[in-house]
Design a protein around this ligand. Structure first.
Ligand SMILES: Cc1cc2nc3c(=O)[nH]c(=O)nc-3n(C[C@H](O)[C@H](O)[C@H](O)COP(=O)(O)OP(=O)(O)OC[C@H]3O[C@@H](n4cnc5c(N)ncnc54)[C@H](O)[C@@H]3O)c2cc1C
Length: 408
């Protein structure tokens, strides 16, 4: 039986491992910490293909520059000498045109269209976790704030997705935690959400039950094609060979993949989250686009997530960013216990400047990458794993991942 090493035990690495097992491969997953130790833990858990769209858009020119000077802005970046970061930002901003948005959206649409059925496949295939099919609520303080969101949804529909959007007269029926400040609201159908950490742990459990190995505290220092077989060299110097290797290390992807010809820089777009108790049960995902806040029912509580901070992935959690989200929540929400927060967390979205993931073979034969999904590695993880496993097994590149050539 052929064996594969997957580096990274997040949603993308584990979904890939699971699909490789479907095709008869023996898998070993290595992680420098453990399962869901990266961005796959405290994220919003949205499976929202209608929102799986380019991050960079023309509106960035109106709020992006402000981010450099306002530490409480939803988009934030440090003022420091960091040539790689400034190079990333220059490329990222170059994508902030309608034309680039349409090109990237056309490339994301095929994988968006198969993203949810890839969750059904996992759940029917023995992963003991559930995705919740319930309408999302989208709220604004005033009508003018909703124009950008409505334009995005129109764009997604124009590119071929279904995104049934309906105005809500009484949003508090679905989202009782909305304060009276939220005066305009919509209901978006056809999306789902999960509890991301537990879901990824359930995939890990399924991988192990099917004979796979998951090894924690195994930091990979490099991946090499030299020798008879590709191999990973652990940080402790130990070498492990395999028939094939997948690098799925999220925001840390460039460190291992750059020397293998993957020149597209993956930058950490850090986000924060915490969970709170609510007076009335939270049953629906809630989106406050103007403030870039994404909220989701989580373990009987309500997870509030937000902000995009371009920093290094291993920097500490900055409490001020959590406070910014809390202050906004005090204004926009009611009946939520913001003073007793649990699970305060920071995680790094793996963001590429062109808004597209990196999925496929590197310049080294039998060494692949899967990552760079930015805001959308959870919803796109299972479909990515499925089609990367197909490519590794058969050499055929499915339409859904064709635009994501990592050597582009
Ligand atoms: C606040 C926030 C909200 C979000 N909301 C959503 C959402 O609603 N829906 C959605 O689809 N996406 C969302 N995302 C994005 C999503 O979380 C990421 O795109 C996704 O988790 C990336 O998964 P991954 O497996 O590629 O990376 P990760 O989950 O980060 O996994 C990478 C793994 O690699 C390991 N690793 C790194 N380097 C090494 C090494 N050298 N050796 C061994 N192991 C290594 C790490 O320990 C980590 O476990 C959100 C992100 C944030 C921050």
């Amino acid at each position: 039986m052929k064996n594969v090493i997957v580096v990274g035990a997040g949603m993308v690495g584990l979904a890939t491992a699971w699909h490789l097992q479907e095709r008869g491969y023996e898998v070993t997953v290595l992680d420098r910490e453990g399962v869901a130790a990266g961005s796959s833990w405290g994220n919003a858990g949205w499976l929202a293909p209608a929102k799986t769209i380019p991050l960079s858009d023309p509106s960035l020119w109106s709020y992006g520059p402000k981010a450099v000077f306002d530490p409480d802005a939803a988009l934030s970046m440090p003022i420091r000498f960091d040539p790689k970061l400034w190079m990333f930002l220059a490329r990222f901003m170059a994508q902030a045109t309608q034309r680039a948005w349409d090109t990237t959206m056309a490339n994301l649409t095929p994988i968006d269209q198969v993203a949810l059925e890839a969750f059904d496949e996992l759940e029917l295939g023995g992963v003991k976790a559930q995705s919740f099919k319930r309408p999302f609520v989208i709220g604004f303080e005033e009508e003018s704030q909703s124009k950008g969101f409505q334009k995005e949804i129109a764009g997604v529909i124009r590119h071929g997705q279904e995104a049934p959007l309906e105005r809500l007269d009484n949003p508090r029926e679905l989202a009782p935690m909305l304060s009276d400040e939220v005066k305009v609201a919509f209901r978006l159908e056809g999306q789902r959400f999960i509890e991301p950490g537990p879901y990824v742990e359930a995939i890990a459990q399924a991988v192990v039950e099917r004979g796979g190995k998951i090894i924690a505290d195994a930091e990979v220092g490099s991946v090499t094609a030299q020798g008879d077989h590709p191999a990973v060299i652990l940080a402790n110097g130990h070498r492990i060979e395999a028939d094939k290797i997948v690098i799925a290390t999220g925001a840390w992807l460039s460190r291992l993949a750059r020397d293998l010809g993957v020149r597209t820089l993956v930058q950490a777009g850090r986000g924060y989250s915490f969970s709170v108790a609510t007076e009335e049960p939270a049953e629906h995902a809630l989106y406050l686009p103007h403030h870039r806040m994404a909220c989701t029912p989580y373990q009987g509580r309500f997870r509030i997530a937000g902000t995009m901070e371009f920093r290094r992935p291993d920097e500490p959690l900055y409490p001020r960013r959590i406070e910014s989200i809390v202050n906004l929540s005090r204004h926009l929400m009611q009946g939520v216990d913001l003073d007793n927060r649990q699970d305060e967390w920071v995680g790094s979205r793996p963001v590429t400047p062109d808004g597209m993931p990196l999925v496929g073979q590197t310049k080294a034969e039998n060494i692949y990458v899967a990552g760079g999904h930015g805001m959308w590695g959870v919803v796109l993880g299972p479909a990515t794993g499925k089609y990367l496993a197909q490519l590794m097994d058969t050499g055929e590149t499915h339409e859904a991942i064709k635009p994501f050539d990592p050597l582009r």
